[in-house]
Design a protein around this ligand. Structure first.
Ligand SMILES: *Cc1c(COP(=O)(O)O)cnc(C)c1O
Length: 422
């Protein structure tokens, strides 16, 4: 085996260049145009479909330059501003919470439930009541996150959010096509965030979208995504806007990707199915899976936890050296780490397993470090139960994308098995 097996690599359909060429030929090389409109319609058709035979939904989709921009504009549309608080799932990628800070508001982090790994509804309820008691104000929004594609308990979250009159912004950036009770994630909340970054379920090289309740809400979002230009023959500005619209070139890539989206999701689910049987007999290794038949993950990434009692070869030498380069490559940007370790990191056996996989040509990655343990959020309020931190200490993401073959999966399982000391 000498090819490297990556976590989730972009996979083109072959149609992308046709749509890009169309954009060049018609001179629509701008952040709007026919590909953008068509991509929005195709995405709307995809998210509005129901798997339980019910009538399709009627959501509108706005294409933007990134999923992070979609979070930002959703919060803006919910009226989040300086001094406000927003409840955010702590176990997430930083793009769920950073836009809260961009708006001058404060993220209040809420820990996860053990079965879905996503926001714990009981803790959410407690956090809402406590914030009202402490600050005298209701939080302005709730952001559950479909981590690694797994659906959150949106039925309970919606019930709690409605009772308290707080809008839900679903961060489904990793959960494109995942469903709860047969309905696509991103369509339950007032807004739903999608991402088409290079490593997501589909890619536009970089890009995102916001699922909006209706055409009017979409129009409002697009006003802010295009520098908030008022309708005059000259530039007239009465609000602060952003340059967040998707380009017609990126949307061309997206249209090509839409032709393989269902295949990609089917492949990720096939990979999870393979892991189920390949990892089943390995003591101390637990594959994270749909906690109920109501949850149907897209399995964007497949994830395991490693019991602290498992001995992995080389674990006494784990963390010996400072890593060169940020996780995920971060577009070639490096920012040197101050030390080889921090006060909250994966267990030594997990780091040793990551190194063993790396040496065998397999990219694995620790689970996302909870935001309430990130130094940058050390002063943000947090409602915790230990779940996300325990998962972070014991978990790894394994390769899952369209490039991963059954042979690769056997190689991954064999490598995991032989890294464990008997
Ligand atoms: C990727 C991601 C985003 C943001 O998407 P970008 O398109 O990369 O800006 C938001 N939330 C989560 C949980 C993500 O994984």
């Amino acid at each position: 085996m000498n090819k490297r097996i990556y976590l989730c690599l972009a996979h083109m359909s072959g149609r992308e260049m046709d749509f890009i060429k169309e954009a060049f030929d018609s001179n629509w090389v701008v952040p709007m145009g026919p590909n953008v409109n068509a991509f929005e319609d195709e995405l709307a058709a995809f998210v509005n479909r129901r798997q339980d035979g019910a009538a399709p939904l009627d959501k509108a989709v706005a294409c933007l330059s990134a999923g992070t921009a979609a979070v930002h504009l959703a919060l803006l549309a919910c009226g989040v501003g300086p001094g406000d608080e927003v409840l955010v799932q702590s176990f997430t990628f930083c793009a769920s919470s950073h836009p809260v800070t961009y708006l001058g508001a404060t993220p209040v982090f809420v820990d996860s439930e053990p079965d879905s790994w996503n926001i714990d509804p009981d803790l959410l309820e407690k956090a809402i009541k406590d914030r009202v008691a402490v600050t005298g104000h209701k939080p302005k929004a709730i952001i559950p996150v479909a981590l690694y594609g797994m659906p959150y308990r949106i039925d309970r979250i919606t019930e709690i959010a409605d009772r308290h009159g707080i809008p839900v912004v679903e961060d489904a950036a990793e959960g494109l096509g995942s469903t709860f009770d047969g309905q696509v994630l991103g369509t339950f909340g007032r807004y739903g965030v999608l991402s088409f970054n290079g490593n997501k379920m589909i890619t536009t090289s970089g890009g995102g979208a916001l699922v909006c309740p209706d055409a009017e809400a979409k129009n409002h979002v697009l006003f802010y995504a295009t520098q908030a230009r008022e309708s005059y023959p000259y530039y007239q500005h009465e609000h602060i806007g952003y340059n967040y619209r998707m380009s017609n070139i990126c949307a061309g890539i997206g249209r090509g990707q839409m032709t393989v989206l269902d295949d990609h999701i089917a492949h990720h689910r096939h990979v999870q199915q393979q892991y189920r049987s390949l990892l089943a007999g390995i003591p101390g290794i637990t594959l994270h899976d749909n906690p109920s038949p109501r949850h149907r993950s897209n399995f964007w990434l497949c994830t395991i936890t490693i019991d602290p009692s498992v001995k992995v070869r080389g674990q006494d030498k784990a963390y010996a050296a400072v890593l060169a380069g940020a996780v995920g490559g971060a577009a070639g940007v490096t920012h040197a780490a101050a030390s080889a370790t921090t006060d909250c990191q994966p267990n030594a056996n997990v780091e040793a397993m990551r190194s063993a996989l790396d040496a065998a040509g397999i990219e694995a990655r620790p689970l996302w470090k909870p935001m309430h343990r990130q130094p940058v959020y050390s002063t943000a309020p947090a409602y915790t139960n230990g779940v996300s931190e325990a998962l972070f200490r014991t978990g790894l993401c394994l390769p899952a994308g369209p490039w991963v073959t059954d042979d690769d999966l056997r190689h991954i399982a064999t490598t995991i098995r032989s890294a464990i000391e008997q």
